[in-house]
Design a protein around this ligand. Structure first.
Ligand code: PMT
Length: 401
């Protein structure tokens, strides 16, 4: 069954010659079991009639923001909420510019602003318009907002030019849309994730810890759930809420995390260690609050157990994925950890920037396995988590064969 089965796809059609190809796109989406609503801009209707899309999609076509009747049937906010994904195909240079500017002066741009659904565009324009700096800058803006860019392809254009700017073929767009919903790769698989910091007590009121917020680990746990896995999450202290279908265990120290992990590890297929576990703990935790009698004090620290290494060393070890938090030589240091901890994969991320890594909603990463690696540019942690889970699932499945 296609991942698009039963998915609500809102197709935006803007005014380009490739609009005729979008009819084939709707037909293919329908064949795969998707529900399709079409929103056309005014100029799109110069290229193709709404009636064509209505006949193929089986739904009335939406085109006006200020049409009382249409709003009463399915208003723009309702359409925005309805969509599981929005794809604009073709997306003209003008529509890209208007999206980049956050305009909301017609139905399509308003829906795009009002919807939380993933948004993808399939650009289609003359090659010179595509390579123009203005379009390329708009493209970067759209990418920075996590808008998916499908294509464009290269080749002969309707105007006779040859170059980049052709809309992707409907089959290619469908393939990419399916990948958006490819959530069941881990159906029946049991995934354990560690997240957040650990706190190592100094005395009853003080502790040693780090800046981990838990956001990356919780996003990984959620992405595993969406990929169909049953998920347990061992979390250090943090202020986040997990999906109630995730089995959540709270711990404070590294030793508690170690105990919680090993309590269930024999039932686990994939272990993903996102927690920023304190490498050291205080050797002798003071029973009473330490008094500030002297100008300096010395705390003796002893090494904490390495939880991830202990899991990867098990005879019947789960597929083991580590995270490497680095401030320099990202790939070199991560690769050393991959080897020394005997991991299947490691996700290397930088933790020396304020706009990603620790305690940010954003992150970027390089995933390393064997002699290979794959780079994931900066995106929201939830988007990154979902991309990472797809890659991890692929390797886990290959590994089992
Ligand atoms: O929580 P956020 O604010 O969202 O930030 C996310 C993050 C930066 C914490 C996360 O993306 C991340 O990098 N996690 C790993 C942090 C870390 O401890 O990295 P490390 O390079 O020191 O450790 C390597 C691996 O060994 C990690 O998978 C770690 O979980 C594991 N480890 C480390 C020490 C230890 N005693 N036991 C372990 O299991």
């Amino acid at each position: 069954m296609s991942f698009l089965h039963n998915k609500n796809i809102l197709l935006g059609v803007t005014g380009g010659i490739a609009a005729y190809k979008s009819v084939v796109l709707v037909r293919r989406l329908k064949e795969l079991g998707a529900n399709v609503q079409v929103v056309m801009t005014e100029s799109a209707q110069e290229f193709i009639t709404p009636l064509t899309f209505q006949a193929i999609s089986g739904n009335p076509v939406h085109s006006s923001l200020l049409d009382v009747e249409a709003e009463a049937a399915m208003g723009h906010i309702e359409l925005a909420r309805w969509a599981d994904a929005i794809i604009i195909a073709p997306a003209t240079a003008n529509s890209m510019a208007r999206l980049a500017n956050g305009e909301a002066d017609d139905l399509l741009t308003t829906i795009c602003l009002a919807s939380n659904a993933p948004l993808a565009i399939a650009p289609s324009m003359n090659q010179a318009m595509w390579s123009n700096r203005a379009t390329q800058e708009n493209l970067q803006t759209l990418k920075s907002r996590d808008i998916e860019i499908y294509g464009p392809a290269s080749g002969e254009q309707a105007c006779g030019d040859v170059g980049e700017g052709r809309m992707l073929e409907p089959e290619d767009i469908v393939e990419k849309l399916e990948a958006l919903f490819n959530h069941q790769l881990l159906s029946g698989v049991r995934v354990m994730v560690t997240a957040g910091p650990t706190q190592e007590a100094i005395d009853p009121v003080r502790y040693i810890s780090n800046h981990s917020s838990g956001k990356m680990g919780y996003a990984i746990a959620q992405a595993a759930l969406e990929a169909g896995a049953s998920v347990s999450l061992i979390s250090g202290p943090c202020a986040l809420q997990a999906n109630n279908r995730i089995q959540l265990t709270h711990v404070v120290s590294a030793e508690e995390m170690m105990t919680a992990v090993h309590a269930d590890i024999n039932d686990i297929d994939i272990f993903i260690s996102v927690a920023a576990v304190a490498d050291y703990r205080v050797k002798q935790v003071a029973e009473q609050k330490l008094k500030k009698h002297s100008d300096s004090i010395t705390l003796e620290l002893v090494k904490n157990p390495d939880i991830l290494s202990s899991v990867a060393a098990l005879d019947d070890k789960p597929f083991s994925v580590g995270f490497a938090a680095e401030t320099e030589k990202l790939e070199e240091h991560a690769r050393q950890k991959l080897v020394s901890k005997k991991l299947d994969m490691i996700v290397a991320n930088r933790v020396d920037k304020s706009d990603s890594g620790f305690n940010s909603d954003y992150n970027s990463a390089t995933v390393i396995w064997g002699d290979d690696s794959q780079r994931f540019e900066k995106s929201t942690k939830s988007r990154l988590a979902s991309d990472l889970l797809q890659l991890i699932a692929k390797h886990y499945i290959n590994n089992k064969r």
